[in-house]
Design a binder for this molecule. Structure first.
Ligand code: HEC
Length: 124
């Protein structure tokens, strides 16, 4: 009886270890994905900050607000005009639409990526 109990305990211990190992392997496999999503989130969050600081004076920059400048298109409607990716070049070269109210804004590459990621996140 004692030996059977000991054997049972030993095998439980063994199963426990295997289960733990399997759990660790699954966690290790999922971790890069989770980290990539955290990166996406950070990038979108950075983009939101950038447009709040530089663009929200005129443009609607969330999925519900109204543009305070009557001619400035809300960012959530930009995808109706052109693919959001097309903005990247304009942002990197300095966005100016010929409208006198639109200030020149030249974004660093990581700022371009962040703004694009954010604007894509609020467009349908
Ligand atoms: C001082 C007000 C103002 C600020 C600040 C501003 N914009 Fe604009 N933006 C405008 C106006 C007005 C228009 C419309 C221009 C037109 O129709 O000729 C416009 C147009 C645009 C367009 C559409 C261009 C097109 O051809 O369809 C984009 C994209 C844009 N702005 C991006 C931005 C970004 C990104 C920022 C922040 C980095 C920003 N704007 C900051 C006033 C502003």
């Amino acid at each position: 009886m004692r030996t059977r109990l000991a054997a049972l305990k030993a095998s439980e211990g063994f199963i426990g270890f295997r289960t733990m190992l399997r759990f660790l392997l699954v966690a290790a496999a999922l971790l890069p994905g989770a980290m990539a999503r955290a990166d996406d989130f950070r990038q979108i969050d950075y983009g939101r900050k950038l447009v709040e600081e530089n663009c929200s004076r005129c443009h609607a920059v969330t999925s519900t607000d109204k543009s305070s400048h009557p001619d400035a298109p809300p960012f959530r409607t930009l995808s109706e005009r052109y693919p959001i990716e097309d903005l990247a070049e304009a942002l990197a070269e300095g966005i100016s639409t010929g409208h006198p109210d639109m200030p020149e804004f030249v974004a660093a590459p990581e700022q371009v990526d962040a703004i694009i990621a954010y604007i894509r996140s609020i467009n349908p």
